[in-house]
Design a protein around this ligand. Structure first.
Ligand SMILES: Cc1ncc(COP(=O)(O)O)c(C=O)c1O
Length: 366
């Protein structure tokens, strides 16, 4: 898959090595999306493929911009100052989303748990907080990329439905396309994705699945701003996107979805699990500890491991890079303690993982 990667053994947690078909799809002199009648039907077709990948009937908006654009847009479009948000955090992004909502005046109750754990440990506390705080929105992160963990979304979705919380916002930036999602069954109203993770497309396309209730609430909130999602609701009726559409980016996303759908969703998710297991067994064999604790659910898309004694991230990365392996570091409290192997999309590849583990072994045996 990685015929022309920037690095010989790319194992970063994103942007992952782009799939050649996504690059080929972009390599075309598309016309103006405002003028050509082909664009909107194409956009709609691509958008429905992403709905299929998340098992949702909801609209999926394809925005030009990084994952953070969708994260901000999803919050600001649905919430006004004073609205209550229950922010569930087991990592940098979960806590960060709560801080984002607080920054424009929302009343945020942040349930912040240790970054090496997942929400399955805290269902009782979460339920009690929902009952007591009565939020308008619950926010959670499916895959906490910096921690290498996967939070249970179905159970939180059940609580959301049971207690009649209007909105459930889920960051699936590094899980959509690599892990099974059942957005409708789980009651997700705002589901967020990014092109550069499991989809193996170049960065700077964001996907946001929006429920009908979320659209209605956005209408009531009436947020106006570059990141507002509302202008995207009526693009088919209006016959155009609110801003200059990035046809190339949509084409890359179209190719990326085709790659997954042709492989088969089940097969694709199974491949991610298989390579994740191979990674963890390999690290274990080499005596490299994993960051998540034993009760945490580890993500099939990224592994967070402890940087071996005697190294900080810079020196560890330099040692690996000499043998062609590039990994990611981590953030916040994990800085210089944790390194990550991203095995999502093109990088969920057993041969690539075998090479990565060989390099780690070589460096450790020096
Ligand atoms: C879980 C998660 N959410 C959001 C983002 C933000 O995406 P972007 O860097 O494209 O803005 C990332 C990026 O790594 C992520 O891992």
């Amino acid at each position: 898959m990685n015929s022309k990667s920037y690095t010989p053994i790319p194992m970063v947690s994103g942007p992952v090595s782009a799939h050649p078909r996504t690059l080929a799809a972009m390599n075309h002199d598309f016309g103006s999306a405002d003028i050509e009648s082909d664009f909107l039907p194409f956009y709609q077709k691509v958008s429905r493929k992403y709905a299929q990948l998340a098992r949702t009937e909801n609209d999926v908006v394809l925005l030009t911009g990084e994952g953070m654009l969708g994260l901000w847009g999803g919050l600001k479009s649905c919430l006004s100052a004073g609205d209550r948000v229950l922010a569930l955090g087991t990592g940098v992004f979960g806590d960060g989303i709560g801080e984002m909502a607080a920054s424009f005046g929302c009343e945020v109750k942040a349930l912040s748990f240790p970054y090496n754990t997942t929400l399955n440990r805290y269902f009782q506390e979460i339920e009690a907080a929902i009952k007591e705080f009565k939020p308008k929105m619950i926010t959670a992160v499916h895959c906490e990329t910096p921690s290498g963990t996967l939070n249970p979304i179905a159970e939180i979705g059940e609580m959301k439905k049971h207690f009649g919380v209007p909105l459930f916002y889920v960051d699936a930036v590094s899980s959509w396309g690599g892990v099974e999602l059942k957005a409708d069954e789980w009651g997700v109203d705002i589901l967020l994705g990014g092109s550069q993770k499991c989809f193996s497309a170049p960065p700077s396309m964001t996907l946001v699945a929006v429920s009908n209730i979320a659209w209605e609430i956005m209408q009531q909130v009436g947020y106006q701003g570059y990141d507002s999602l509302l202008p995207w609701r009526d693009i088919y009726r209006d016959g155009r996107c609110p801003y200059t559409a990035y046809w190339h980016g949509v084409a890359a996303l179209g190719a990326a979805a085709d790659v997954i759908l042709e492989e088969g969703m089940e097969a694709c998710f199974a491949r991610h699990k298989q390579v994740a297991a191979m990674c963890r067994e390999g690290l274990n064999r080499l005596g490299v500890g994993l960051f998540p604790d034993e009760q945490a659910v580890q993500s099939p898309t990224v592994t967070a491991a402890c940087i071996p004694a005697g190294y900080d991230f810079k020196s560890w990365q330099a040692a690996l890079r000499k043998h062609g392996l590039v990994t990611s570091g981590s953030f916040g409290p994990m800085l210089d303690k944790v390194f990550r192997l991203g095995h999502m999309g093109t990088q969920a590849d057993p041969e690539l993982m075998r090479q990565a583990l060989n390099v780690i072994q070589t460096v450790l045996e020096r």
